[in-house]
Design a protein around this ligand. Structure first.
Ligand SMILES: [Ca+2]
Ligand SMILES: [Ca+2]
Length: 533
């Protein structure tokens, strides 16, 4: 806290307002997250842990342990048994570093400090230990494109046009013309009147200057800080926005891949680590090993929910995706950002058959899947909130907000908490939770599903199938997305093969001597078989 007593908190725009505009006298705030960090290497996780399913968790909204109405690290630790029982193998935590937004955490003020609302560093270390004991990895959001405008580096940079840390950020004076990003001019005046800084998202989150070696060193040291603690990797935000080259060249610049490939080289010096990038405009390019090495499959998301709703074109797109796309593309159906869409419950308007089809459609595919917290129980958005806040509600542990906190929850609970909550679904046959658990059990017990190849994919109107193959292990997944039962006639199987039914209301079967099979698929159903010769 002492470090921040120097901070002119409450500043707007480009730093402390206590100095009259026009002065340029240079501040010298200590930067708590600067300084070289060398590498220590360790991992206690099993090989291939990162090909199991992840749970994306907003710590603030997951579980409050001390009654202040705000989720915290001890609360998450208390729920690790729940996550392990569900079959989750990795956690992605929205930023847990100190931030000035007191909400999502993306306005970072200290890259080496734990958000005060969430607990202390000792709590985070305990979380790592306890997750690892359960075979789960912990991946944290690392905010690479911007900091808070309250970060000491920015306050220093804004204080003087000749400050040694000035070029950690992007400045021009006067502000250049012709820029417009997401409907806004991204150039904001410094409170000291000594120039304009670039902030692609909001004035409170100035962009780092990734053309500066100092910025690269700063972040790589901070990544090593967390990797040395035992963090199992990172999720990187807004990687399509890292480097700007002009008013019509502020997104998807080629230098972004160079930045992320250097990051990847630092992270992958450590054993068993995983990283994944958010690049909605171009996930395929960031999934390449010459770039980030993994990316969220934004270009698959709508096909998953479209298929679940029986759309023939979506089924064809979904079925074809991993024929050509790398398994480094991580599938998901919703996340914490409203630009990525509604919660799955709201996408399918509470149709539970479609909900389960969407879940099976991505959890049995190649690529590390990411489940958004509460998705496994059918959580909806909050009824009276809009935008991102509606998606980031307290986890519905019980039929009211009391499962989340004994105090007053920081935000309204989800609109369907009375019917869709963990307490009423755990261990109940047919519940969404039980269905997710059965899918994750298949992923965890059959290496062909978690990391096998994607083979023999076909579609027939509202049905589709594919095989997953690893060594001698073969699994076969079949969907009928239609509203009517379907008698599927297939003729491309190996005569005499015995397929054992693992999931779905279907029978085990043996392929006839001429390679034919007639398969009775109930309406809106998925079946999984394993070759069992
Ligand atoms: Ca709390
Ligand atoms: Ca940027």
């Amino acid at each position: 806290m002492g470090l921040f007593s120097l901070c002119a908190c409450g500043a707007s725009g480009g730093g402390a307002p206590t100095t009259a505009s026009g002065q340029d006298n240079g501040s010298a705030l200590l930067v708590p997250d600067a300084g070289a960090v060398s590498m220590l290497a360790a991992s206690s996780l099993p090989a291939n842990w990162s090909q199991g399913a992840f749970m994306q968790i907003h710590v603030r909204a997951y579980q409050d342990s001390n009654g202040d109405g705000v989720g915290d690290l001890q609360g998450l630790i208390d729920r690790l048994d729940y996550l392990q029982d569900l079959g989750v193998k990795g956690l992605w935590l929205l930023p847990v570093t100190q931030s000035s937004d007191r909400d999502h955490g993306y306005a970072v003020t200290n890259y080496r400090g734990i958000e005060l609302d969430y607990g202390a560093m000792a709590d985070f270390e305990k979380l790592l230990t306890q997750a690892h004991l359960r075979g789960m990895g912990v991946v944290i959001d690392y905010v690479i494109n911007h900091s808070s405008n309250q970060h000491p580096l920015f306050l220093n940079a804004a204080s003087s046009s000749t400050h040694a840390q000035r070029d950690y950020f992007v400045w021009q004076n006067p502000a250049p013309a012709g820029w417009g990003i997401y409907g806004k001019n991204p150039w904001y005046p410094s409170s000291w009147g000594n120039g304009y800084y670039f902030a692609g998202f909001t004035a409170s989150m100035p962009d780092f200057n990734w053309k500066q070696k100092d910025v690269e060193n700063f972040h790589h040291d901070n990544m090593r800080f967390w990797l040395n603690k035992g963090v199992d990797g990172f999720r990187f935000d807004a990687v399509g926005n890292l480097v700007e080259n002009g008013p019509s060249a502020w997104e998807s610049q080629p230098e972004n891949h160079t930045v992320m490939n250097k990051v990847r080289q630092t992270v992958m010096q450590y054993p068993q680590r995983f990283m994944v990038c958010e690049a909605p405009a171009n996930p395929q390019a960031f999934a390449a090993a010459t770039s980030c090495g993994a990316a969220f499959a934004f270009d698959l998301k709508d096909a998953i929910t479209g298929a679940a709703q029986g759309d023939v074109n979506a089924i064809a797109k979904l079925n074809a995706y991993y024929k050509t796309s790398s398994p480094a593309l991580s599938a998901f159906v919703s996340n914490h950002d409203s630009f990525a869409g509604k919660r799955l419950w709201d996408q399918v308007q509470g149709n539970i058959a479609q909900y389960k089809l969407a879940a099976a459609s991505y959890l049995l595919m190649p690529g590390t899947p990411f489940i958004y917290y509460g998705e496994e129980i059918g959580m909806a958005a909050a009824a009276n909130l809009s935008g991102d806040a509606a998606l980031r509600t307290p986890m519905s542990w019980t039929a009211d907000a009391k499962g989340f906190s004994t105090g007053t929850a920081f935000r309204a609970i989800s609109g369907n908490v009375s019917s869709q909550n963990a307490a009423t679904q755990i261990g109940v046959a047919g519940s969404i939770h039980s269905f997710y658990k059965s899918l994750l059990n298949l992923r965890n017990t059959l290496p062909s599903i978690s990391r096998g190849s994607y083979e023999a994919a076909w579609t027939q109107q509202q049905s589709m199938g594919f095989q997953r193959v690893l060594g001698s292990e073969k699994t076969w997944v079949v969907f009928n997305y239609g509203l009517a039962p379907l008698q599927l006639s297939l003729n491309n199987l190996q005569a005499g093969d015995k397929w054992k039914a693992l999931l779905g209301d279907v029978e085990s079967f043996t392929v006839t001597a001429n390679g034919n099979v007639s398969l009775a698929m109930p309406a809106q159903s998925v079946a999984v078989f394993q070759l069992n010769n």
